[in-house]
Design a protein around this ligand. Sequence first.
Ligand code: AR6
Length: 174
Amino acid sequence: MVSLTLVRGDITEEAVDAVVNAANSSLLGGGGVDGAIHRGGGPEILEQCRALRAERYVDGLPTGHAVATTAGRLPARWVVHTVGPVWSRTEDRSADLIACYRESLRVADELGARTVAFPAISTGIYGWPIDDGARIAVGTVSAAVTAVEEVRFVLFDEIAYAAFETSLRDARDR
Ligand code: AR6
């Protein structure tokens, strides 16, 4: 069973096998986690993203899918880019958010990664409420069938950290 841990901090500093990027479908960078990963990892990540766009994802990486590149100068070995759904008040897009966690772990398995760091996908610029985002993240990763041994959720602020702590407690009590 995969062990789940919580860390408060910046995901680009995690020395894990794979860090997951909350990307957008262009794969060409952005703000939040995406901006930090490209800034910290350097141009090699963007080069591989451009190649993926040219060869495999001409129309962009679809929401809920995941793909790996080098981690460039980051302490991790790989970056797994996934595209979270934009929060909608009128439409339930949680299947896409679940898919992000599952697909990222599937790609991590293909790479042979044993330790993976996730941000709280979609809960920043994409507006997903943090309590629900945390519940989906913890529920999906705890139920995953994977060779990954440790998943570290790296939370940027106290509110996100507290939301993940609550979800983890609820999952353990169940
Ligand atoms: N380390 C860990 N967590 C972080 C970091 C960091 N360095 N920076 C932000 N967070 P976001 P999204 C938290 O906006 O909502 C980009 O422009 C943040 O507080 O990075 O999936 C992409 O290109 C929040 O809780 O991702 C897309 O266009 C969580 O990470 C779009 O944003 C996710 O916030 C994706 O939006």
